[in-house]
Design a protein around this ligand. Structure first.
Ligand code: GUN
Length: 287
């Protein structure tokens, strides 16, 4: 039977509407308008699109938003100074430095410099540690968006065999930790995994985050499984596809995310949610 399509666009739109309402409330009750600063170094076209979309979403939620454009030749010291000045500003609650950074800049040093209370990407080692040890902190946006999409299906995560394909710091590792936190039985697979199809065939829940077009074949998918496709890959003809062979996989899966329109919109919605949470925390509101 054909899978149900998980409509990330709609789920994200609903989430963003709720965030706009809460942001309005925060401003009325406490005079605090959530503020997001996005730093872009260089002129990578994909990064430019992502950053523009983040700014638009922030404005739509009623946030203050600003974009700081730096040349591709920016030095590490200059970038760290920009981060320092954003850390010090009370009207900025969330700071996002768009990755990848130019090669002369040490990404780890930059992420480490962001005040963890403003680290709405959830990339600071303090927030990574909080996730790993089950403490409160900012959860990275794409993984927490994946969890929302999985929850939207109504499946029971607890006890489920989950396979995560990909072990990046941005998606694979944190999404695996979040699934573990929800008591799934989690296997992390990657490029050196032996017999990957066999692992995927066991899974009732598959998260694909390898960054290779249609790498996960439809016949690897267990009948009825939930498939979350994090990949966005452009084929030579220009078509956007995920990491999963969508046509064949959707004949076997129970639920599947499309590309585009699945995980992508959730990343932005979760960034808005984290920025709102950061602003709420400054007035002692905690959820
Ligand atoms: N580059 C690609 N994805 C992301 C993301 O989620 N956050 C940041 N800061 N950079 C990225």
């Amino acid at each position: 039977m054909a899978a149900q399509i998980i409509d990330g666009k709609e789920i994200a739109a609903t989430l963003r509407k709720g965030i706009a309402v809460l942001a309005g409330e925060l401003e009325r009750t406490h005079g605090v308008r959530p503020g997001l600063a996005v730093v872009l170094a260089g002129s990578d076209p994909a990064s430019q699109v992502y950053v523009r979309n983040k700014g638009k979403a922030a404005a739509e939620a009623g946030f203050h938003s600003e974009q700081i454009d730096l040349p591709g030749t920016v030095t590490q010291e200059e970038l760290l100074k920009v981060v320092d000045s954003l850390n010090a500003r009370p009207d900025i609650h969330g700071i996002l430095v768009q990755l990848p950074l130019p090669k002369q800049v040490d990404e780890r040093a930059v992420l480490l410099r962001i005040d963890p209370r403003k680290d709405v990407d959830g990339f600071h080692p303090m927030n990574v540690g909080a996730l790993a040890s089950g403490l409160e902190g900012f959860r990275p946006c794409t993984p927490s968006g994946c969890l929302d999409l999985i929850r939207s299906t109504g499946i029971r995560i607890e006890g489920e065999e989950a396979v995560v394909i990909g072990r990046s710091n941005i998606v694979g590792k944190p999404v695996a930790l979040m699934l573990l936190e929800q008591n799934a039985t989690v296997t992390i697979c990657h490029s050196r995994t032996r017999n990957l199809p066999e692992s995927v065939r066991r899974a009732g829940l598959v998260v694909a985050a390898v960054g290779r077009a249609e790498f996960v074949k439809g016949d690897w998918i267990r009948e009825g499984a939930v498939v979350i496709d994090v990949g966005i890959n452009r084929l030579p003809g220009g078509k956007l596809v995920g990491d999963v062979e969508f046509g064949a996989a959707s004949q076997r899966a129970g639920f599947i995310t499309p590309v585009p329109g699945g995980v992508g919109p959730m990343t932005i919605a979760k960034l808005m949610e984290n920025t709102l949470i950061a602003a709420e925390r400054t007035v002692g509101k905690n959820r």
